[in-house]
Design a binder for this molecule. Structure first.
Ligand code: CS2
Ligand code: MG
Length: 403
């Protein structure tokens, strides 16, 4: 089955999303997500100039060989742009293979390991009270796990908290990066009270998650982990930047709060020590940014040896194509932990018709052959690309900080 055409579709139905479509001589096609938030056109150029011309005429069934060709062949290994481009090709080819086999993708991966996939939703509020109302709304919607984030008194804007209550937050919210101000001391004094309030109102059964968004030093992360132990978090995410994997040793010595890391990783080498030394509990690296199913499967299998479970990134900048493929992966992977879920806007769901369904705090991927997500290209064309950037964070004295 030969690849006869491969093209990139950029659309902005509320936010930029990049999709790769690969067409074969048998009429089957597959699609992959190629969205790298805030850097979308870099991946488009990489695909169009360097990858797609080399795919034409290749056997669409040779997924592994094509992966190795793109990874080793580039000479310049790893990196988010390269690995997002490879992921788009890889997921599109798995989609084709599963369609050719007339099977939902999870069957091809090894079959079902669970009946349904638990997801966590996002509750955010300007303060603790506002956040509690949002947790209540999520519990009513059926969520069994909720990520809780609130604004901090004295800090004007906090990334990850919606501008208006009841709305979702948009990661890339302005043309050029918006500037936020950060104060670690205020955050560390306030945020443990949020978890105490959630436990008090919602009891022990609800899974509570929290994203620190890389803002703490390792010892501050240890302090926070220790402080929140009584509230039994499902996980504390990205508590410090993870380029230096060894820094997690220090955090681990201080706390038993489970740790999740990895949404910015793109390779198994980014998390090898974290996993091998059991410095984390959940690995968040997902299909679109880490070389697709072929590579993330290696990460998950490696993680399984050390009792590290998956907890894939699933913000709105990961398109429904990534979500669909991830849900098949989650249905199969033996060491599944949880899946992030931020609902897309209706306009996005219309551009990407999909088979996956939410019910009672869980998703099922559907039984459609392939990954079950398609793209309406005519509709996609109605929403042209619009530059959008992620914010930056500064300390009160102006020092550029992690966000
Ligand atoms: O855990 C998460 O979902 C966040 O960290 C995301 O909002 C992340 O910042 C964005 O996806 C970045 O594009
Ligand atoms: Mg995060």
């Amino acid at each position: 089955m030969k690849i006869v055409e491969a093209r990139v579709i950029v659309t902005c139905p509320g936010r930029n999303l990049v999709t790769l479509k690969i067409v074969t001589d048998e009429g089957l096609y597959g699609i992959g997500d190629a969205t790298l938030n805030g850097r979308e056109l870099a991946v488009v150029a990489y695909l169009e100039e360097h990858v797609l011309p080399a795919l034409i005429g290749r056997d669409a069934h040779r997924i592994e060989d094509i992966w190795q060709y793109l990874y080793r062949g580039a000479y310049w290994r790893r990196g988010p742009v390269t690995m997002t481009a490879i992921a788009a090709v890889d997921v599109a080819l798995w989609d084709i293979k599963a369609k050719a086999a007339n099977m939902p993708l999870y069957q091809l991966l090894g079959g079902r390991s669970r009946e349904r996939v638990m997801v966590y939703g996002h509750a955010t509020g300007k303060d603790i009270e506002g956040c509690l109302d949002e947790v209540a709304r999520h519990v009513e919607l059926g969520y069994k796990a909720v990520r809780v984030q609130c604004g901090v008194p004295g800090i004007a804007t906090t990334y990850g908290v919606a501008k208006r209550s009841g709305e979702r937050y948009e990661p890339a919210d302005s043309d050029l990066p918006a500037e936020h101000v950060w104060d670690t001391a205020k955050y560390l004094n306030y945020v443990p009270k949020l978890f105490a309030a959630v436990r008090e109102r919602f009891g022990d059964d609800l899974h509570i998650l929290h994203d620190v968004h890389h803002r703490l030093t390792p010892i501050e992360a240890g302090r926070l982990g220790k402080a929140v132990e009584p509230y039994n978090l499902f996980w504390l995410e990205d508590c410090t930047p993870a380029e230096n994997q060894q820094s997690f040793r220090l955090i681990r010595q201080q706390t038993t709060t489970p740790l999740a890391v990895g949404e910015v990783f793109n390779s198994i080498h980014d998390c090898r020590e974290l996993i091998q030394e059991q410095l984390i509990d959940y690995i968040r690296t997902t299909l679109v940014h880490a070389g697709g199913i072929t590579h993330v499967r290696r990460i998950a299998d490696f993680a399984a040896l050390f009792q590290v479970r998956t907890g894939f990134h699933g913000a709105t900048d990961l398109s429904p194509v990534c979500m669909g493929a991830a849900l098949h992966f989650d249905t199969w992977v033996p060491n599944f932990g949880i899946q992030e879920h931020m609902p897309h806007e209706d306009r996005i769901d219309e551009v990407f018709p999909h088979a996956y369904r939410f019910e009672d705090g869980h998703f099922t991927p559907g039984e459609t052959p392939g990954h079950g997500v398609d793209i309406d290209e005519d509709l996609a064309r109605q929403y042209p690309y619009k530059r959008a950037s992620l914010p930056v964070n500064r300390l009160e004295d102006g020092t550029l900080w992690h966000w």
